[in-house]
Design a protein around this ligand. Structure first.
Ligand SMILES: CC(C)(COP(=O)(O)OP(=O)(O)OC[C@H]1O[C@@H](n2cnc3c(N)ncnc32)[C@H](O)[C@@H]1OP(=O)(O)O)[C@@H](O)C(=O)NCCC(=O)NCCS
Length: 138
């Protein structure tokens, strides 16, 4: 098993500025409807923190993909951010769902498991992502 990792730190006020219009093109090309619904319905009353953590998770995933691409000696494709989705279970644990180009690239790389951890406090939100790949390329 090979594991690659990615991390990203997001300044919450900077992201909030870009999300001032909830129906903006930036929001639509970055977050899924389920991510927007969770963030805006969260009991914290601070949707921007949850969205910043999800944005960090998407960027962290791209970094982990890039490390995996280097290991496999393949060129990473262009991956739209909505194809990397953060889900959560009934206890609040986050997980990654990969769709479209992200799912295809994960299959191409031999990714067997993708894991994510999020944190947010004050003006910053953080994500760590790990990708577990089969030792041999598919
Ligand atoms: C799980 C726990 C430690 C998270 O602490 P926290 O200070 O609220 O977490 P942060 O503010 O740093 O990060 C929040 C993120 O943690 C993640 N998170 C929440 N509950 C989680 C859990 N049970 N396991 C893993 N991650 C969790 C979520 O992604 C959340 O972000 P989101 O709401 O935007 O999705 C805390 O809720 C807790 O102590 N819960 C009760 C005990 C428990 O469930 N323990 C599990 C370990 S055995």
């Amino acid at each position: 098993m090979i594991v690659t990792v990615g991390t990203d730190l997001v300044h919450v006020p900077a992201l909030a500025e870009q999300l001032a219009d909830r129906a903006s093109a930036f929001a639509a090309k970055t977050f899924t409807e389920a991510e927007m619904a969770y963030a805006h319905g969260a009991s914290s009353g601070r949707p921007e923190r949850h969205l910043a953590a999800r944005f960090a998770a998407k960027e962290a995933t791209l970094k982990a993909f890039d490390h995996a691409a280097a290991l496999r000696r393949v060129e990473p494709p262009s991956i739209e951010l909505t194809s990397i989705e953060v889900l959560r279970d009934e206890r609040g644990r986050p997980s990654l769902a990969l769709h479209d180009a992200a799912a295809r690239f994960a299959e191409h790389l031999g990714v067997e498991r993708a894991q994510v951890s999020l944190s947010h406090d004050g003006d910053y939100a953080l994500a760590f992502v790990s990708l577990s790949l089969a030792k041999a390329a598919p």
